[in-house]
Design a protein around this ligand. Structure first.
Ligand code: UDP
Length: 323
């Protein structure tokens, strides 16, 4: 059985669906602070907060867990800068609770959700896994701290990990009614699609004076099902006894905020009202992945290589969303 923490959240629920389709037995742990009951993909659901160590221990006693996929975290770059306390507690302290419970229960395999935000301002692009890690926001710092903790726990306790550094997760699985739903929503593509569907008036573009071709920030948007396929491959490696390692998960293509707006207008057939605003603290100008390592070592191939297709799946979700 595989434990998925944060399995009611956006990426966690998609990964749960993907693994369920592949025949895995799952147990999902989520405190539902950001996740959604409707997104759950299994009846084995533990409504538990990782801060609650005794309930956490019960989960490991109740289910025969072989490995953990750890999504549960706070994940807003902007908020992490204004509320670092929340991020250190929820991401770092609560992950320590999880890791310590795993070791106590002799569960020694974990796939960990990290982020390209651990790299900070790129010294070169595309960003490979050897790029220096100097995060410029608290969210990235908390994830980097956990990466370091995992290295130490491997050395000392033999905990094996596959750290996956996501670039920008996007899109939805349209075979089930699941998709991205944050409250408040802060992510670019869902905000734009809420404008297209008439729920919101306009998008603020955070900075148009960056050193990029159109002055807006460049990111690498990766479809959430492609993230899920990488988790499955990483999990299978771990279960086969493979060593700890870390991988970038992105398409390898950088797309600007302005380009995302233009393509969203094409996909939805609607005009997206926009205005230029201040840069958002903690935003590096350009982030896109060198994904060779994951392709070679995990045999991973992202299937969604066109941003239009990724946005289309998010648009389908936006038009039919249940939560
Ligand atoms: N962004 C923007 N306006 C918004 C939200 C995001 O211009 O209302 C920009 C943001 O500055 C970044 C990109 O869109 O360059 C992606 O941001 P998002 O919050 O979706 O993901 P992040 O990169 O923070 O993980």
């Amino acid at each position: 059985m595989i434990l998925i923490t944060g399995g009611a959240g956006y990426i966690g629920s998609h990964c749960a669906l993907y693994l369920k389709k592949a025949g895995y037995d799952l147990v999902v742990l989520d405190n539902l602070s950001e996740g959604h009951q409707e997104a759950l993909q299994t009846d084995n659901f533990c409504h538990v907060d990782l801060a609650d160590i005794s309930s956490l221990k019960e989960v490991f006693k109740k289910y025969p867990i072989k490995a953990v996929i750890h999504f549960a975290a706070s994940c807003y770059v902007g908020e992490s800068v204004s509320k670092p306390q929340k991020y250190y507690r929820n991401n770092v302290v609560n992950t320590l609770n999880l890791l310590d419970t795993m070791i106590e229960s002799n569960v020694k395999n974990i796939v960990f959700s990290s982020t390209c935000a651990t790299y900070g301002n790129p010294e070169y692009t595309p960003i490979d896994e050897n790029h220096p890690q100097n995060p410029i926001n608290t969210y990235g710092t908390t994830k980097l701290m956990i990466e370091k903790i995992l290295e130490d726990y491997d050395r000392a306790y033999g905990l094996k990990y596959k750290t996956l550094r996501y670039f920008n997760a996007a899109g939805a699985d349209n075979s089930r009614d699941i998709g991205e739903s944050h409250n408040p929503e802060t992510h670019l593509i869902p905000l734009i699609l809420e404008i297209a569907s008439g729920k919101r008036e306009k998008i603020k573009i955070f900075g148009n004076d960056y050193d990029t071709p159109d002055g807006t920030c460049i990111r690498d948007y990766i479809h959430v099902n492609d993230l899920s396929s990488a988790h499955k491959l990483a999990l299978e490696k771990l279960l086969a006894g493979s060593d700890s390692n870390f991988y970038n998960l992105g398409t390898g293509k950088g797309i600007s905020v302005q380009e995302i707006i233009n393509i969203s207008e094409k996909v939805t057939g609607k005009t997206i009202k926009k205005e230029f605003a201040q840069r958002r603290p903690g935003d590096p100008p350009i982030l896109f992945a060198d994904n060779k390592k994951a392709r070679l070592e995990l045999n991973w191939t992202p299937e969604y290589n066109k941003i239009d297709d990724i946005i289309s799946t998010a648009w389908n979700w936006e038009q039919n969303r249940k939560y």
